[in-house]
Every structure is written in C-alpha cells, then in structure tokens.
Design a protein around this ligand. Structure first.
Ligand code: ADP
Ligand code: MG
Length: 138
C-alpha cells in the first residue's frame, strides 16, 4: 500500500467543492487515512513548496495557497500516488482530461483546485510535513 498527500486548495474550498473532491477520491477506491482543515502560514507554504522556490510563479503560488483554508489529506491504496494524479488531471485545467478534478473544477494553471505528490520521495516528505503518525489511521 502506498500513501500520497492530497490538498484541496483555497479556490476549491471557496467554491464549495470539498464534498465533490472527497466523493471522487472514495468512488475511485482510494482510502482517506488522515484529514484536517487548516490555514497555511506563509512559512508553512514556502516550506512545503521549497522545490519551486526559484520558479517565477513561486510568490504568486504562496499567496494563493495562504489566501484561505485548505483541506489536507493522506490517501492510501495500491499505486495511490499515480492514481490520485490521474484523478486530478494535468496541472493546467485547460490541458486536463475530461472527467478530472482540475478539468471540471480548476480555474487556471495556478488555481487548479487540488495538489498531489508526484513521487514516493515527495509523498513521504509531504505526508510527514503535515501529519504525525498519530494522525494517520490505516
Ligand atoms: P502539480 O501541482 O501538477 O504537481 P507543479 O508541481 O509543477 O504542478 O506546480 C505546483 C503548483 O504551482 C501547481 O499545482 C500550480 O498551482 C502552480 N503552478 C505550476 N505551474 C504554474 C505556472 N506556470 N504559473 C502559475 N502557477 C503555476
Ligand atoms: Mg508538483
């Protein structure tokens, strides 16, 4: 069993789409093993997205991710990392497949509704960044 980190981003929370996203996760057979709603500080968001710190969109991404509450989740399942990324769709909603979360609920390449870890290494870092072992129920 693999674990991955999912985030329902501020645009998606504001849009009233928490339930829709969670339904899609569960319908596709991924298990939510940890969940909490938080407002990220700038420091927390910068630490989480440190791999992007030199990208031109970094400052804007940090402002976006701290503009309102987010829902953090750890998902578990076979190939959970790639399966969750498939359910999310491509980073740019305009390029995402029909039926994906980003296609149906994302606004643009930045305000794209959800986050998912992209490798076993990042999944480990990201799940541990937000959840202690006592908060994960598998
Ligand atoms: P993904 O979330 O699909 O793994 P990245 O890791 O490349 O995508 O980027 C992290 C996040 O940064 C994206 O989900 C999106 O919110 C934002 N982002 C990525 N590329 C751009 C861009 N060119 N312009 C603005 N924001 C971007
Ligand atoms: Mg990424």
């Amino acid at each position: 069993m693999e674990k991955t980190l999912a985030i329902i981003k501020p645009d998606c929370v504001k849009g009233g789409n928490i339930g829709k996203v969670i339904s899609m996760i569960e319908e596709k057979g991924l298990k939510i093993v940890a969940v909490k709603m938080v407002e990220l500080s700038r420091k927390e968001a910068e630490g989480f997205y440190y791999v992007h710190k030199d990208k031109p969109f970094f400052e804007s991404l940090i402002s976006f991710m701290t503009e309102g509450p987010v829902v953090l989740m750890a998902l578990s399942g076979e190939n959970a990392i790639s399966r969750w990324r498939e359910i999310m769709g491509a980073t740019d909603p305009a390029k995402a497949e029909d039926g994906t979360i980003r296609k149906s609920m994302g606004t643009n390449i930045e305000r794209n509704c959800v986050h998912g870890s992209d490798s076993p290494e990042s999944a480990k870092f990201e799940v541990n960044y937000f959840f202690s072992s006592l908060e994960i129920f598998e």
